[in-house]
Design a protein around this ligand. Structure first.
Ligand SMILES: Cc1cc2nc3c(=O)[nH]c(=O)nc-3n(C[C@H](O)[C@H](O)[C@H](O)COP(=O)(O)OP(=O)(O)OC[C@H]3O[C@@H](n4cnc5c(N)ncnc54)[C@H](O)[C@@H]3O)c2cc1C
Length: 414
């Protein structure tokens, strides 16, 4: 019998693939229903995968192994699989969703297929440990307050990472693996908002706008790197969020975890060069000379009002002062705030606010063709437990489905 811990994205794919190969499969799930996190994905629409398969969308230390896994079960294999179980997709700028745009359709279709294949799922089964016993594994779990054990020939750990903890995830998988002697690297939240120093955070909280975002990290040894994104950001009372910030968050999280530093720079005028912005500010100030307007009034329309007020304070310019009195140094300072507002990143929001875990089991610990732990025949690891965190856009689910399918097939063959 194959025992699968977790009835989430990778666990369901593993169960279906193994059962289709004729294996007898039991899934242990501590929630009362399957795919709780899946239901929350893509704002309830479930972004399954993406037509843009560029390698930079899949991040992790072992890019070669990541590529190998994604070549065994490709995006097209995933789409074909879902079509087979009744899920055709809708494409939006390359992002693939179920045509119903309801994550529930995906979960229902997966659950129906497991049902058809007579996969047994024990809900309310909280797995607390896995021990190796000769050629088999013993899964310990509690269910309905009672302690139980199940002996299996292969065990697939598909219990996800601590990201989205409020959805019932935890780091049990990492703890079980460490106890079995499997190396688990450091792990941090990814696709997560950033905490940043901003003494005007309360004033600007809730402001949303398009921005160019640059994350600069300095490692403990002084090595520097820059990462760039562009898109809608949102100021919060703790720092900054929005898709471009979340995309960059893993680099900040890793650097801070290693004792380095991180800084975020926002360009609110990404369509213009700094010189063009400076010229435009000068032109507005000159116009305002004739109408006695304040600096704040003169700069109407560059950015939302609350942000304009805060940028002036940060530039050291009194917002109500007459525009006519602006000095060249003040114009330069305002231009800098408009094109390169910089904040020190002090941390990330916790795992509960993250979409995925960065780090975990190094891919060097597994045989990529099987997702099986080296020197531990019959022990498989999938999904978020492995060291791969994808960009926003369906890459994390693609990874979960790919590793689940690979592990399920290999476990059944065994
Ligand atoms: C809010 C949110 C939105 C997201 N949106 C997207 C998106 O649109 N596209 C995308 O690609 N990715 C998205 N992700 C990421 C994606 O959901 C995960 O990467 C993916 O679900 C990981 O799959 P997994 O199988 O490793 O773990 P999961 O899907 O988390 O499944 C793990 C399962 O194991 C169970 N479990 C855990 N511990 C135990 C235990 N001790 N005993 C028994 N069962 C246990 C859990 O209850 C869960 O059912 C999102 C994540 C979040 C939090």
């Amino acid at each position: 019998m194959i025992g699968i811990i977790g009835c989430g994205a990778s666990g369901m794919l593993a169960a279906i693939t193994a059962a289709r190969e004729g294996a007898s499969v039991t899934v242990f799930e501590h929630n009362e229903k399957p795919g709780r996190k899946l239901l929350a994905t893509g704002n309830g629409k479930c972004n399954l995968t993406n037509d843009n398969q560029s390698p930079e969308n899949f991040r992790g230390d072992d890019r070669e192994a990541i590529g190998r896994i994604l070549n065994i079960f490709t995006k097209d294999d995933e789409l074909a699989f879902f079509r087979e179980i009744g899920i055709i997709t809708r494409e939006k700028r390359g992002y693939r969703y179920p045509h119903s745009e309801q994550a529930a359709s995906v979960v229902n279709a997966l659950a129906a297929e497991m049902n058809r294949l007579r996969v047994r799922v024990i809900y309310g089964a909280d797995v607390t440990g896995v021990a190796r016993d000769g050629d088999s594994y013993v899964i310990s779990y509690t269910c309905g307050g009672a302690a139980n054990e199940a002996r299996v020939t292969s065990c697939i750990l598909a219990c996800g990472g601590p990201a989205g903890e409020r959805l019932g995830e935890s780091d049990t998988g990492f703890r079980i693996l460490r106890k079995l002697g499997v190396a688990v690297g450091r792990y941090v939240p990814a696709l997560v908002p950033l905490i940043a120093e901003n003494k005007h955070a309360r004033t600007v909280s809730g402001v949303r706008l398009e921005a160019g975002v640059t994350l600069s990290v300095t490692e403990r040894d002084g090595a520097k790197k820059e990462y760039k994104e562009r898109g809608e950001i949102v100021f919060t009372d703790y720092g900054v969020s929005g898709i471009p910030v979340m995309q960059l968050s893993r680099f900040a999280a890793v650097a801070l975890d290693r004792g380095g530093r991180a800084q975020i720079t926002l360009d609110f005028m990404p369509e213009y060069t700094t010189e063009e912005v400076s010229e435009e500010v000068k032109r507005r100030i000159a116009d305002a000379h004739f109408s006695n307007r304040s600096v704040e009034e003169a700069l109407e329309g560059f950015v939302p009002g609350k942000l304009r007020y805060v940028l002036l304070l940060r530039a050291g310019v009194d917002p109500v002062k007459a525009a006519a009195g602006m000095t060249d140094a003040e114009i330069a300072a305002v231009t800098t705030e408009l094109t390169a507002m910089t904040m020190t990143v002090t941390g990330t929001r916790p795992f509960a606010n993250a979409q995925v875990t960065c780090g975990g089991v190094p891919l060097s610990e597994i045989v990529p063709d099987h997702c099986e732990v080296k020197n531990m025949p019959g022990l498989f690891v999938t999904g978020e437990l492995l060291d791969m965190d994808g960009n926003c856009g369906g890459y994390n689910l693609q990874w979960a489905f790919a590793t689940g399918a690979i592990a399920g097939r290999a476990a059944a063959k065994r």
